[in-house]
Write a protein that binds this ligand. Structure first.
Ligand SMILES: [Zn+2]
Length: 231
């Protein structure tokens, strides 16, 4: 267990769908927000296909899921939520997406980037693979003068992210102690009523169980596990 540097103040979380951050890293998000870090979410899709009800049209569901995501983010102390509104289920790691995320990294200048581990074996959801890959590729592009140079006008400069945290990983090497904020994390997950609905009690148990297992690996009661890179 090691604590992240307190001088790394700005955090960007890039994920595929509303609820990914709450399933993946929300305990760390709320802990860091309480410690004064300034956190922004970027959601690549608005989860418009996330329903098994064929009568619920994607546009209507997207609006509901964005509201749920904003409420969860408010609970956690996230300052800003940005929706890029790519179509759910069809996300691809294109150069255009990389360019857009690179521009957002250069604009927000995060010290820390958190995203989905795209290399987790059998990460079956194509959006989860694409989101993680695009975020990491954008992190690399953002630090180069001659990649997407049209973004570097006026005072704009390349931006070097200092730390990368991948969640939903099978190769964890960093654990954040979330013992004091586990229940806040679970309450934020419950904000995604369209997704968790009647399963919330079962999901809460599963979140507690996973956090307990991660805690056992790192010597605390409850933890979240990440693959971490420091640059
Ligand atoms: Zn997802």
């Amino acid at each position: 267990m090691s604590e992240t540097s307190t001088s790394l103040d700005r955090v960007l979380v890039i994920a595929a769908h509303p609820d990914d951050p709450e399933f993946g890293c929300a305990g760390t998000v709320v802990k860091w927000a309480q410690a004064g870090k300034r956190i922004t979410y970027i959601l690549l899709t608005s989860g418009d296909k996330g329903s098994f009800d064929p009568d619920l049209r994607p546009g209507r569901l997207a609006g509901q899921r964005e509201e749920e995501q904003r409420a969860a983010a408010r609970d956690l102390g996230v300052e800003q939520v940005v929706f890029l509104r790519y179509p759910d289920g069809l996300l691809e790691n294109t150069l255009e997406l990389r360019r857009q995320l690179c521009g957002l990294i250069r604009e927000h200048r995060p010290d820390i980037l958190m995203t989905i581990d795209p290399w987790r074996p059998y990460q079956l959801h194509p959006d989860h693979r694409a989101a993680g890959q695009a975020a990491v590729d954008a992190l690399y592009a953002a630090r180069e003068w001659y990649i997407f140079p049209e973004q570097l006008i006026g005072d704009a400069e390349p931006w070097r992210v200092r730390e990368l945290y991948l969640f939903w990983t099978d190769n964890a090497d960093y654990w954040e102690d979330i013992s004091l904020c586990l229940e806040t994390r679970i309450a934020a997950l419950a904000r995604h009523a369209s997704q968790v609905g009647l399963r919330m009690e079962e999901l809460a148990d599963r979140v507690r169980q996973r956090a307990r297992e991660a805690g056992q690996q790192s010597g605390c009661e409850y933890a979240e596990a990440f693959k971490r890179f420091q640059f």
